[in-house]
Design a protein around this ligand. Structure first.
Ligand SMILES: Nc1nc2c(ncn2[C@@H]2O[C@H](COP(=O)(O)OP(=O)(O)OP(=O)(O)O)[C@@H](O)[C@H]2O)c(=O)[nH]1
Ligand SMILES: [Mg+2]
Length: 436
């Protein structure tokens, strides 16, 4: 309400009261927009607070997945993110023993609360690729897991009662890249290509403490080039025009760090200056997990949890899940009838109906004309035939009469000349008589 509309005559705070009606019936010619100055407090400025209260009451759900080769520090990073030992060692192992490996896709949930906001955070830990006999197909169980979560959501959506939908969809997938310093390997590219349409991909350089700062900068460049070259879509922070300066700078700083170079550790170590920090101690010094000068862990946590959790959730729902859902339903033969969603304009509809009706009438007329012409042709044919028959009969009768007339005339002539009526017969008699 504090916005001033440049179009208003006095430039005062104004509000469009017709805006809502326009929005609900876009097909009807827009009524003129009336700008009204509010005379007093109405209350809709409180709408964002209502949404806020409601979402706090409902709580939030967020699921992140970690994927990468065995031993790259996936389980360690989860522990670092939660800041707890979620993965307790099952038994105390001697230093020479092999470290515990993740053997199946496991998910761990924790209900956490901060300033009265409840969040159910689920982390899905996946076994490393190196454990598979055939590493070419190592992406399969993970894609299947992501899809089965989509399926479960789709199934819940299709239920009669949709009150209690549990959202287990993976909202972000942290992909661990080996700190080789070269470029992405075929297995990384294959994996990301299989996953990028199903999940928000966030690439991570694992065990960044094994590389120098300069090596990390060059490695990041190569990784981003490879990602661009292979048209892999990684999660990008959206930027909105009306965002405030501070938020924009924060987002830019985060975006500049992608792919995040991460060091994971839940161990507390002493720094030379006497502080106790989470990190890894080396003979040459201490790498601090929560120090932005040492690695990008803080920026990753900031993006995942503080600034873009909602964006990750929204992109999962609006784009990734939506694509999966429509593909799946189309595959099942459920086609969308677009006419159902067509906006109806009464004038246009009447015009359409009239055109249809006229076309129908024209078709009927043409059909009737055709039938009429056929009947006329038939009748004509019949008439012609009977005329010919009549003509033939008339000719026959005429000929018969003419013949009769000639005979009678002949008879008359003979009678008049006194000759016998049947000269031929008498002649034969005479001849017979002569012979005998
Ligand atoms: N140098 C270094 N070592 C790390 C880092 N993160 C984890 N490690 C060590 O790497 C080893 C493997 O870590 P895990 O977290 O078990 O690796 P993982 O990716 O879960 O492995 P799998 O479960 O087998 O897939 C452990 O000894 C960790 O202490 C890191 O950032 N830097
Ligand atoms: Mg593990």
């Amino acid at each position: 309400m504090t916005d001033s509309y440049p179009g208003t005559p006095n430039g005062d705070a104004a509000s469009s009261l017709n805006g809502m009606a326009n929005g609900s019936a876009p097909h009807v010619a827009s009524p003129p927009l009336v700008r009204k100055k509010l005379m007093g407090y109405v209350g809709f400025a409180n709408l964002p607070n209502q949404v806020h209260r409601k979402s706090v009451r409902k709580g939030f759900q967020f699921t992140a997945m970690v994927v990468g080769e065995s031993g790259l520090g996936k389980s360690t990073l989860i522990n670092t993110l939660f800041n707890t030992e979620l993965y307790q060692p099952k038994e105390v192992l001697p230093p020479s023993a092999e470290r515990p490996k993740t053997v199946a896709i496991e998910s761990i949930s924790a209900d956490i609360e901060e300033n009265g906001v409840r969040l159910r955070l689920t982390v899905v830990d996946t076994p490393g690729f190196g454990d598979f006999v055939n590493n070419e197909e190592s992406w399969k169980p993970i894609v299947e897991d992501i899809e089965s979560r989509f399926d479960s959501y789709l199934e819940q959506e299709n239920r009669v009662n949709r009150q209690k939908i549990v959202d287990n969809r993976v909202h972000a997938c942290l992909y661990f890249i080996q700190p080789t310093g070269h470029s992405l390997r075929p297995i990384d590219i294959e994996f990301m290509r299989r996953l990028h349409t199903k999940v928000n991909l966030i690439p991570i350089i694992a065990k960044a403490d094994t590389m120098t700062d300069e090596e990390i900068i060059n490695f990041k460049d190569r990784i981003l080039n490879d990602i661009r070259h292979h048209n892999i879509h990684i999660f990008q922070l959206p930027t909105y025009e009306n965002e405030d300066e501070e938020a924009l700078t924060e987002q830019e700083e985060i975006a500049r760090k992608i792919p995040f170079a991460i060091v994971g550790s839940n161990q507390l170590v002493h720094t030379p200056d006497g502080r106790q920090v989470r990190g890894r101690a080396y003979p040459w010094g201490v790498i601090e997990v929560d120090n932005e000068d040492h690695c990008d862990f803080v920026k990753l946590r900031q993006m995942l949890i503080r600034t873009s959790m909602e964006e990750l959730r929204e992109h999962t729902t609006a784009v990734l899940y939506e694509n999966y859902r429509s593909e799946k339903l189309l595959g099942m033969g459920v086609a969308q009838d677009s006419s159902v969603f067509k906006e109806i304009n009464p004038a246009l509809k009447m015009q359409e109906e009239r055109t249809l009706h006229e076309a129908k009438l024209a078709k009927m007329e043409a059909e009737m004309n055709l039938v009429f012409q056929q009947k006329v042709a038939e009748k004509e044919g019949k008439l012609k035939q009977s005329e010919e028959e009549l003509y033939a009969r008339h000719r026959e009768m005429k000929e018969a009469l003419e013949k009769q007339r000639l005979e009678l005339e002949d008879k008359k002539r003979r009678i008049e000349s006194g000759r016998p009526l049947t000269p031929e017969k008498s002649a034969t008699k005479r001849n017979r008589f002569l012979r005998t």
